[in-house]
Design a protein around this ligand. Structure first.
Ligand SMILES: C[S@@+](CC[C@H](N)C(=O)[O-])C[C@H]1O[C@@H](n2cnc3c(N)ncnc32)[C@H](O)[C@@H]1O
Length: 332
């Protein structure tokens, strides 16, 4: 009867609709129906909300939160990393990618302009400290390192209702800063952006030490070679007010992006070069903890966000791993 229905109605749309109906029915029959339907419509809570309890319905949704890895999966990931990092790049290439990092990001933005990174929809749920809050009357400063073309700062400016908010942003790619500055929503009254290499010993910034309430590091520390990360974190500590907060989100060890690297792209352990010449490092929670606590910060959050993204058309499972942390400068 199903075949007859399909052949008389023709058309991919009808087939898809029917399949969707059947799929929904199957889901309805599982004990997890209520969970799933709730998570489909409601706003994703911090840390994610859709948990895969029944693996037979994995392809029913595009993504699952807080996915557990078993030992076999961990072992496979380790083997993939060992395989793609056995051969490291020749020394000349290592030097080029590290010392010309800003030029590679310049070409990246020359090609992609502001079309590559999507606005961070999880920004305000994961980091409530950045969310619009009209009750905050006191003046607040937020500084983003590696702000790119504004995918984090622009939503903050757009939704903020704070009367006394000032947002600063820097990037070592002058191309990124130029594109950001030309964005129609760039607001010179509430925002100041400038070119600066975050790894430089003395930051050339338009504000004094101990003046920032929040420093944002979103997918930027991973673009910096590990030996220079300590200095960046120490400078964050210097420019935050006592009690100020660093918000960090970045790639975690064994993220799909790390496992996908081909041999010959590894610069050093867990540091790779993408096809466009930009570098990327994959952190463990412990490494991030050490970086910040060594610089004197107190830990408020250090979580691993394991997400399973599903390509339903191609029946592909993609395991993503991110690290999210909050570190506070102690009151003296
Ligand atoms: C993956 S992008 C993230 C951009 C932005 N944080 C966002 O959320 O859209 C990384 C950015 O870090 C910048 N970056 C990398 N190393 C840097 C450094 N040493 N100093 C300043 N910016 C840097 C790159 O130019 C790039 O814009």
């Amino acid at each position: 009867m199903k075949m007859k229905f399909l052949s008389t109605m023709h058309g991919k749309y009808v087939q898809t609709t029917l399949l969707n109906c059947l799929l929904r029915r199957a889901i309805h029959d599982t004990e997890h129906t209520t969970d799933l339907e709730l998570t489909r419509h409601r706003k994703k809570p911090a840390g994610g909300g859709r948990v895969l309890k029944n693996t037979s319905i994995v392809y029913s949704f595009n993504a699952w939160d807080n996915v557990e890895w078993d030992e076999e999966q961990e072992q496979k990931a380790l083997e993939a990393v060992q395989k793609n990092s056995t051969v490291t790049m020749p020394d000349d290439d290592k030097i080029k990618f590290k010392s010309d990092a800003d030029k590679f990001w310049d070409s990246f933005y020359g090609v992609h302009q502001n079309r590559f990174f999507k606005d961070r929809h999880w920004l305000f749920t994961e980091f409530a400290e950045l969310a619009p809050n009209k009750d905050i009357q006191k003046s607040r400063n937020i500084f983003e390192l590696g702000c790119g073309v504004g995918n984090t700062i622009l939503p903050i400016l757009k939704y903020s209702t704070e009367p006394n908010l000032k947002v600063f942003g820097c990037d070592f790619s002058s191309k990124a800063i130029e594109i950001f500055r030309n964005h129609p929503e760039f607001d010179t009254k509430r925002c100041e952006i400038f070119v600066m290499d975050a790894t430089s010993e003395d930051w050339n910034v338009p504000f004094q030490p101990e003046t920032q309430d929040i420093i944002v590091l979103i997918f930027v520390l991973s673009a910096i070679e590990p030996v220079k990360m300590k200095r960046v974190v120490e400078n964050c500590h210097r420019y935050l007010k006592p009690g100020g907060l660093v918000l960090f989100r970045d790639y975690g060890r064994y993220d799909l992006a790390q496992l996908r690297f081909k041999s010959g792209k590894c610069l050093e352990e867990n540091l790779y070069v993408r096809g466009d010449g930009t570098m990327v490092y994959f952190f463990t929670q412990e490494e991030v903890r050490k970086l910040f606590t060594d610089a004197g910060f107190a830990e408020e959050q250090n979580v691993i966000d394991r997400r399973l993204q599903v390509n339903r058309g191609r029946m592909l499972k993609m395991y993503r791993v991110w690290i999210q942390t909050k570190y506070r400068k102690r009151q003296t």
